[in-house]
Design a protein around this ligand. Structure first.
Ligand code: DGL
Length: 247
């Protein structure tokens, strides 16, 4: 069993890649929508919440846990790896390195939550893989609006935040929050010629490598169990609506 978690339903964008890469496994997805957003919280709070979810997934029998949330990955990975040395944690981080590998001259725009942008992990990534220009934009409130499906407010927020970058020749956009690929086309309207990056396919490849290395027995069929801390059927329906593969 492979555990996957996010502060909400955004991690579905990672799960979709996982299912393409490991199409016959049993996934347990946990959406902590009672406590989202994580992006506006302190590091300590994100660690505490991630710990609760991790314990739940370990109790369900997961030996691999995919943190399908950039915010939780950047804030809680060291803590979780230290506390649970027998569990393999796969983390999602803003795809800044892939931009650098592809084009060191890029004008890069990194979109992420406030907590992700303030994390040491993000600072290290930017120091190491800075392209010609690397702009960091905190999209406060956006993950929440995506959870709500509030298209009107999403457009207002995008206009306000992304409008500032329209004349900077942005050619590479990093979607550094797992919710953002769900509105990729809306973001693309601001940067129609840019190349878009997110961490999900890298996460899926890494999960497959770890699954093989641990010699885990295949489930031989796809199963997806969905849990949500708010027990909301609405979340469940939205989540499965975004799943690209039939359960
Ligand atoms: N989906 C999460 C991420 O990748 C965070 C959203 C939030 O709760 O703020 O960063």
């Amino acid at each position: 069993m492979i555990g996957v978690f996010d502060s909400g339903i955004g991690g579905v964008t990672v799960l979709n890649e996982l299912v393409k890469t490991l199409p016959k496994e049993h996934f347990i997805y946990y959406s902590d929508s009672l406590n989202n957003p994580y992006g506006d919280k302190t590091k300590e709070d994100v660690i505490r919440l991630s710990l609760n979810v991790t314990k739940f997934l370990i109790d369900k029998g997961c030996r691999i846990i995919v943190i399908a949330c950039n915010t939780a990955s950047c804030s809680a990975r060291e803590y979780l790896r230290g506390k649970f040395p027998n569990i393999k944690f796969i983390v999602t981080e803003p795809a800044i390195k892939p931009v650098y590998d592809y084009n060191k001259d890029a004008n890069t725009l990194v979109l992420a939550t406030k907590r992700t942008l303030e994390s040491d992990n993000l600072k290290e990534l930017v120091n190491k893989y800075h392209t010609k220009n690397t702009y960091l934009c905190s999209m406060e409130g956006l993950a929440d609006l995506i959870e709500e499906g509030n298209d009107y407010k999403i457009s207002l927020l995008l206009n306000e935040e992304l409008g500032k970058y329209k004349n900077l020749n942005i050619d590479s956009v990093v979607l550094g929050c797992t919710h953002y690929p769900l509105i990729k086309e809306k973001i693309r309207n601001f940067f129609p010629n840019a190349k878009f990056y997110d961490g999900s396919s890298g996460v899926a490849k890494q999960t497959k490598r770890v699954f093989k290395k641990l010699n885990l027995k295949s489930n031989n069929k796809l199963e997806i169990d969905f849990y949500d801390s708010s027990d909301s059927d609405v979340k469940k329906n939205v989540f499965f609506k975004h799943m690209e593969v039939e359960k």
